[in-house]
Design a protein around this ligand. Structure first.
Ligand code: SF4
Length: 319
């Protein structure tokens, strides 16, 4: 029997057509693969993506990132349909605590204030008093009255870093991101010694660099020529700096926009295999399928969403 040859379709073109047809927008986290970043309408860190979702007029959002981030968008923009092209795109840090474990921890420390890192499930956020990100964690802890005990979750390195900077002791959940295991102080110091003129840039988006921030606070890594920056800040800084070389400590996905925006400069990853496989699960095929079949919707139940919204908004009031 003659073999049927189907015409090859240009997926990127089809995605563009379908996006218009469905009045959708594609938002991507900057740790996504380059092909996905290139077809997106907006690429940013989790806070920038949440703000972009609220701002956009589109009712359909194809979100290329991980599950807890899609939940945060659903909490902040409940009137919009949020599709995550791969439901297995999770987060090892967010999975390190579930709502039952948090409820049990709260029962043991009933008068404590719960500070949850943004890398947590909607159900965990709903049981929290206030959220924080790596960038604002110090400010959030400082906003809590000194006589209150704090339960800080789930990133043990971010917690240790905040304790060191604020000189305040907290109860810290022993969770961690599997990616930061690659970013050891020793490896970073060796690379910095081999590139003495390079500036050292840290992007504290995820749990993947919280141990680097901790090592910096502990002086295990030199603070010389070091900048802690947001994604946008990092791109702008790299453009305006007179330095030609940069060592970048974060998940390696950020190297793509940095190199794209600064083609004459050299960016070295602090660790080449600091790769979050969850962030690489989405590809162009899955984005096409998601748009075509309207899968997979991430919708936080109304009751949980209303409770989870409060600690997020409280954080936004402070920072
Ligand atoms: S890099 Fe770590 S903290 Fe960030 S999404 Fe991946 S597993 Fe989670």
């Amino acid at each position: 029997m003659a073999q049927i040859i189907y015409p090859k379709i240009d997926l990127v073109e089809e995605i563009e057509k379908m996006k218009k047809l469905r009045s959708a927008i594609i938002l991507s986290h900057n740790y996504q693969i380059p092909e996905v970043q290139d077809l997106s309408d907006f690429v940013g860190d989790s806070l920038e993506l949440a703000l972009e979702t609220e701002k956009s007029d589109n009712k359909l959002i194809i979100f290329c990132g991980v599950h807890f981030m899609a939940e945060t968008l659903s909490i902040l923009a409940p009137q919009k349909k949020i599709l995550l092209p791969d439901l297995d795109a999770g987060c090892s840090l967010a999975s390190s605590i579930n709502v039952e474990q948090l409820q049990e921890w709260k029962r043991k420390h009933p008068n404590s204030i719960v500070i949850s890192y943004i890398n947590t499930s909607a159900a965990v956020k709903a049981e929290s008093d206030i959220c924080c990100t790596s960038t604002n964690a110090v400010k959030i802890v400082e906003s809590i009255p000194a006589n209150k005990e704090i339960l800080f979750l789930p990133d043990l390195f971010l917690g240790a870093y905040v304790e060191k900077i604020t000189s305040r002791s907290m109860r810290i959940w022993p969770g961690e991101c599997h990616v930061h295991v690659q970013l050891t102080a020793q490896k970073i110091n060796e690379l910095r010694e081999s590139q003495p003129n390079a500036e050292f840039l840290i992007h504290p988006e995820c749990g993947c660099v919280s141990n680097t921030m901790y090592n910096l606070a502990e002086n295990n890594i030199s603070a010389k020529k070091t900048k802690i920056l947001s994604t946008g800040g990092m791109i702008k800084y790299a453009k305006s700096s007179t330095a030609k070389d940069f060592i970048v400590a974060t998940e390696t996905g950020i190297l793509y926009p940095l190199r794209k925006e600064n083609p004459t400069k050299t960016f070295y990853p602090a660790q080449k295999d600091a790769v979050c496989e969850y962030m690489k699960m989405i590809n162009v095929d899955k984005v096409y399928k998601s748009l075509n079949e309207l899968i997979y919707e991430v919708k936080v139940p109304k009751k949980i969403a209303e409770k989870a919204r409060k600690p997020i908004l409280k954080m936004l009031e402070i920072v």
